[in-house]
Design a protein around this ligand. Sequence first.
Ligand code: UN1
Length: 512
Amino acid sequence: MSANTLTTTADLAERARAALRACGANGYEGTGPHAFSARSPITGEDLFTVAGSSESQVRAAISTTKAAFPAWRDTPAPVRGALIKRFGELLTEHKRDLADLVTIEVGKIGSEALGEVQEMIDICDLAVGMSRQLEGRTLASERPGHKLLETWHPLGVVGVITAFNFPCAPWAWNTAVALVCGDAVVWKPSQLTSLTALACSALLDRAIADAGAPAGIHRLVLASSAESAPLVDSPDVPLVSATGSERLGREIAPRIAARFGRTILELGGNNAAIVAPSADLDMATRGITFSAAGTAGQRCTTMRRLIVHEDIADELVARLTKVYTSLDIGDPFSAETLVGPLINEGAYAAMRDALERAVADGGEVVVGGERRLADSAAHGYYVEPAIVRMPAQTEVIRQETFAPILYVLTYRTFDEAIALHNDVPQGLSSSIFTTDQREAERFTSSAGSDCGIANVNIGTSGAEIGGAFGGEKTTGGGRESGSDAWRGYMRRATNTINYSTELPLAQGVNFG
Ligand code: UN1
């Protein structure tokens, strides 16, 4: 199949049904007031109708998970880990089915779709290990014969809200860790990617049955944002972990804060690379191209800004332009394709609008920006990734446009580069290409990048699951995935234990 011959909508629907069947998902097609269309950005056409969830079904999911929680909380953590081990096996067995669904619903190319499923498998491995290592600390007590320690306990029901662009990995980062921590989970995915969610949820249900875990510890709700309100507002959901836009964060964070609930927020990114004069330009060109044009610019970690030393800017832009011109754009099921479609017309309109604003601000579109394949797919939005040279970091650059636009700015001094880098509202991912150790160290120091992720000589996207994932400022401050991010899914208790025969009070207080 060539990148220009698109898979037909009928084939996509058949392939989606087959993958769902293989994963054990049944009874998902339906009509009624909450039904909506599953769609593929490959043709931009509807596949079939999916029965959605109503607000009362969301409430029921919260009640079910709440009722299942005590038994799960009381299950030893390594036994909880056995469920995740089984889930990881099922994900491995169905890797291809799940990747097919990711390609059908998001338009990701094969290796990126498989990579997303691999992230799920990896987090399962990590979570199984974690299940034997959920640890607290003992601390020095000021009182003789006293022990001071910290213990960590499951929280309850965790609401997991995920975005279309990574339809399964962020759910798995949250869910594998939350389940090992003894929590129950209600998942609300983007309605744009409900099929991937149905398949993942069916596999988790099977793992739950195989492991003999309580059936109600996980529920999937395919509800609209409005119908999902109880997940945000219910005091029965002590933690909401949400991935999505800054707008989503602004909408839900104050509501959850108003009931003193907790959040883990992973919102927008406006990720940049600084390219220093000493950079290995071959490596930089490859790293930048994957981060900026890969996934059609639809990762929260996508590189959106390039801050290049003025002496090498022309050469780097020329190299990138050459690579950009040869990128295969088209059907993500084609083996040659590197850039699949945007998710929908709205994403294309946002890209056009951003390019127009950039040009109005004095920008020059060096390459890309045009629509492709409109003749083969009237409703599919394939675009050429764009590079735009800008005279200054204007307002349009300071906003996240979820499309493949790379804005190029130049700098003269390293201080200027860092200042430009940090002068945006978002703080997710960042990178520097340099072979100068002083610059690399400064970039990763407290006086360097202000982001949650700061890389050296690799791009901004494609993080491994072993590290904590998330960012600062309007990115929301949450951390998911590896390191000690598990602590966010548990509550901490401080215990003071007196094993002496006296009752000394702290701070030397005398009371009678
Ligand atoms: C996202 O786009 O929401 O670092 C997550 C990366 C991936 C995760 C992206 N591991 O690009």
